[in-house]
Design a protein around this ligand. Structure first.
Ligand SMILES: [Zn+2]
Length: 53
């Protein structure tokens, strides 16, 4: 891997915080524990930050 994985929402890198792997649109995404409540409770808001393909 070239660059460290980062939270898709807040861009915190895996070198700073453990990341959780998500699957979305056949892609692998990573999210940090701090952003988990947001994706649980504000799914519509957070999907605006998701890379669309
Ligand atoms: Zn985050």
């Amino acid at each position: 891997m070239d660059s460290p994985k980062q939270c898709f929402n807040c861009k915190t890198e895996e070198t700073q915080i453990p990341l959780i792997v998500l699957s979305y649109n056949s892609q692998e995404l990573h999210i940090c524990p701090r952003c988990m409540p947001a994706i649980i409770h504000q799914t519509e808001t957070i999907t605006g930050n998701l890379p669309q393909k």
